[in-house]
Design a protein around this ligand. Sequence first.
Ligand code: 3MF
Ligand code: MG
Length: 348
Amino acid sequence: MSNSLTEYRFSFGPWNIHEGADPFGPPVRESFSFDEKVDFYRNLGFVGIQFHDDDVVPDIDNKTHSEIISQTRSVKSQLDNHGLVTEVVAPRLWESPLTIDGAFTSNSADERQYAIERSKRCIDIANELECRNFVLWLAREGTYIRESKSSAEAVGQILDAINVLLDYNPEIRILIEPKPNEPMDIAYIPTIGHAIGLAYRSTDPDRVGGLIESAHAILAGLEPSDEMGYALHHKKLWSVHLNDQNGLKFDQDKAFGSANIRRAFNQVRVLEENGYGRNGEFVGLDVKVMRTQPREISTKHLLSSRKTFLNLLEKVRTLDKKIEQEYIAARDYEGLDFYILEHLLGTL
Ligand code: 3MF
Ligand code: MG
């Protein structure tokens, strides 16, 4: 690893600019069009774009293969014109009437087949966008009641699907984005440990890794920076969705650092200290603006999350390693704890 400082590159998905609907209320802001969203990126300090397949090709299930490719090419040239690159593409496997009972783990063979075909189309899109990163958020791969499926069999079905997709395109890398609890009651692949276990069991372990979203780790009752450390050790942390979460509630996607600044500091710390970003990984965000925010200023959560990352990066880089090591050597973790707090507060 060279001694030069990592120049982090940031990404977000178009769904991060949204209309404020939640399960209990309708949209409160007019939509921005896809073109308007693309125009925002550079001004907000972002060069990477995260996609769902149907962000690129709306109504994808009713399009022919050649329509999918030509629509993707037009988005590619739009991105080129803006100096944007595609970080990841993910098949939106949780909205179709054919995935109500799960995608790769549906109890219907036809529905499982649909999920595979849809994922292949998504890989074709990634390929046209010159993107190798295929994200699998296994949204509906779980159960509302345990008795409806066999969990052991379901894990095999997910693994089989991963192997089919690895085989379909020899360039693509699969990034599993684990989440424990939503939209299903319980998910089959709830943590990064589960995801990495599957990676090693696949036909090409070097091409299966993970994406960790802060809030998803917190919702599993885990410490996001340690989850990241686990994946970093395995060289399988290929993307992150930084955000924040106030306790074990619904998936809040709060601005990074807004609920717990020290927890955010430790995420930046583990990324920085383990060379994240040096192989082209992006610092991805997955954040929602508050429902209360007026439309004209409904991208502030993106600006602030990126700035918080950079502010905390400065804190990581300016932490006095010598002092830190002295506290550790003396096993004075009380002293270290307070040193970190004073450093974060700027009261030293
Ligand atoms: C759900 C998520 C998703 C994924 C996205 C890309 C809608 O909690 O975080 O965002 O990040 O589908 O994988
Ligand atoms: Mg996410």
